[in-house]
Design a protein around this ligand. Structure first.
Ligand SMILES: C[S@@+](CC[C@H](N)C(=O)[O-])C[C@H]1O[C@@H](n2cnc3c(N)ncnc32)[C@H](O)[C@@H]1O
Length: 220
């Protein structure tokens, strides 16, 4: 039987109106993590980071995937309401992990401390193709507006990923076809990380994929 999806019923409250509700992209990432459960547990991660946690559904789920192993899971988001929602989701979820939330862009506020120490890094970015000026135009738009190729937010993170990851660390990324996943894989290769699609699914007009990256081609 599959792991339960974390309870995010509190997102119906008005203070969370700007928070991204878990959707097909979220669920594909959950499925990729559950598929990799044995490998992720074998990794015995100490520090996991989710950038852009929104509801906190993915971070809380990662805690379940790793249980009974307990890891520190640090979630970040630029939306204050998302930070609060993530804290509430974590409090409702079984305390399978130590979940901390930090309101910051990417992992900037923690970068120096996390450098070379992140065992599992997750990002479901704002990936929709939009005019550049929609990016971060509202808290709601921050959840989906990705600018040119839906890549402008993601492209600012990609050069930082290898520096954040621990030697055996893994990076899971959500992408759609318009984001040019093969080009993302080539960019990451130039930064020393091997990557490939591990899961794909069509959801309405979106062709979603999960890309997984690691230093060793055998681990990606
Ligand atoms: C597509 S939503 C994903 C939410 C959640 N992780 C999920 O899978 O359901 C993208 C999230 O990233 C956040 N975000 C956008 N740009 C960000 C940035 N530069 N740094 C941190 N968070 C960001 C948004 O506020 C939003 O919560």
């Amino acid at each position: 039987m599959g792991l339960p999806t974390p309870d995010t019923a509190h997102l119906a409250r008005p203070e969370y109106a700007s928070v991204y509700e878990p959707a097909e992209d979220t669920y594909l990432l959950l499925d990729a993590l559950e598929n990799d459960r044995a490998e992720l547990q074998a990794l015995r991660p100490a520090v996991c980071v989710e950038i852009g946690s929104g509801s906190g559904c993915v971070s809380a789920f990662l805690g379940q995937v790793l249980a009974p192993h307990r890891a520190l899971i640090v979630s970040t988001d630029i939306n204050a309401a998302a930070s609060a929602a993530t804290r509430e989701t974590a409090a409702r979820a079984a305390p399978a992990a130590v979940l901390e939330q930090c309101r910051t862009r990417f992992a900037q506020a923690l970068d120096g401390r996390l450098r070379g120490g992140v065992d599992v890094l997750l990002f479901n970015p704002p990936y929709v193709v939009t005019p550049a000026d929609e990016i971060d135009s509202t808290p709601e738009a921050s959840a989906w507006a990705g600018g040119r190729d839906g890549r402008e937010v993601l492209d600012a993170l990609l050069p930082q990923v290898a520096g954040l990851l621990a030697p055996a660390g893994r990076f899971y990324l959500v992408a759609i076809e318009e984001n040019k996943p093969d080009e993302i894989v080539r960019i990451m290769a130039a930064h020393g990380l091997a990557g490939r699609r591990v899961l794909s699914r069509r959801a309405g007009r979106e062709h979603l994929s999960i890309l997984r990256f690691a230093r060793s081609p055998a681990a990606c």
